[in-house]
Design a protein. Structure first.
Length: 317
């Protein structure tokens, strides 16, 4: 029987929903309490409504369930965040401070805080961006993640709170829909292809970005959290890489399955955000410290995405 009781905040989101299932498989269904600001059907385990800005309610849930670890996934992403910068800052930073303060007061053993490649901006090498490149984010989402990384380190150094963090690239999965990100096109494009529709991409054809398949992103998260504390040398956040590709490259990999699939390009405001981000990431620190190794490249991911989405849509139709 697991001694851990885990709280997932933002459990209905793109990563949160898949992570909750993986944690339930590893720790037992009743040892993982899913929370989100809205109720959705389909949670086969304990679920509580929680607004991340309500510190008192968060503390009450943590005490009532005897929570020992927190995975804090709730945040407004890069593209959506630009529509209301001050509100994005309030939600992303306010939520994080509540998690850190409640965790400190309740004697939580570990906290997971997701950062992002959005922490990078001007004056970095865009290819194989190093772990310690300068952080000059251009979006409010990126600013909140860069600040969150420093606060993670602060709570570790000042209070001994074992906060661990990954800089996720764009995450691509068939299980859940992304919401409000600049990398969302790389999920949407598969849905259009499998449904037999052509796709109009909101980024230009040669905009390469770092990406990762959901299976790898979830495994990285669990491996980081299970690694011995002395192996965690980066107390801000770890660069994490899976693969890198441009819209035309993902289109080509899909056309290997559906030769008549066509993609056109109509870049919008998200192009500027993508242009400020790395094209690829150097994740050697993660590989050295806790033996990170991705399993999926673009071709393997495309095979699995198409296979899984075909199954999903044939059930729905
Ligand atoms: C986004 O596009 O905002 C996210 C991210 C890279 O953090 N997917």
């Amino acid at each position: 029987m697991s001694k851990e009781k885990i709280l997932v905040i933002g459990a209905n989101g793109q990563i949160g929903s898949v992570l909750t299932e993986a944690l339930r498989a590893a720790f037992g269904t009743n040892n993982v309490i899913a929370t989100d600001i809205r109720q959705v059907d389909g949670h086969d385990g304990p679920f509580e409504l929680l607004n991340v800005l309500d510190r008192q309610a968060m503390g009450e849930i943590i005490n009532r369930h005897g929570i020992t670890q927190i995975y804090h996934l709730a945040a407004i992403l890069s593209a959506k965040g630009e529509q209301n910068p001050l509100q994005t800052w309030d939600i992303n930073m306010g939520g994080l401070f509540n998690v850190f303060e409640v965790a400190r007061e309740s004697g939580i053993s570990k906290v997971f805080f997701p950062s992002s490649i959005a922490v990078f901006g001007a004056d970095i090498p865009r290819q194989m961006t190093p772990q310690n490149a300068i952080l000059k984010p251009t979006t409010v989402y990126g600013m909140s993640k860069a600040s969150g990384e420093l606060w993670s380190q602060y709570y570790f150094q000042k209070y001994g709170l074992d906060v661990r963090s990954l800089r996720y690239p764009g995450v691509i999965g068939w299980q859940s829909d992304p919401g409000g990100g600049t990398t969302d096109y790389a999920v949407d494009i598969y849905h259009y292809a499998v449904k037999g529709e052509n796709y109009t991409c909101f980024l230009s054809e040669n905009t390469a970005l770092p990406m990762i398949y959901m299976a790898d992103a979830i495994r990285a998260t669990l491996e980081l959290m299970e690694a011995p504390a002395q192996n965690i040398k980066e107390r801000t956040s770890y660069n994490l890489a899976g693969m890198s590709f441009s819209p035309s490259e993902i289109a080509e990999s899909i056309q290997a399955h559906f030769p008549s699939f066509e993609v056109s390009y109509a870049p919008d405001f998200r192009q500027k955000i993508a242009d400020s981000w790395p094209e690829s990431i150097d994740d050697n620190a993660a590989r050295n410290d806790w033996h990170w190794q991705p399993n999926y490249d673009l071709a393997r991911m495309t095979n699995d995405m198409i296979f899984q989405l075909q199954k999903k849509y044939s059930v729905l139709i």
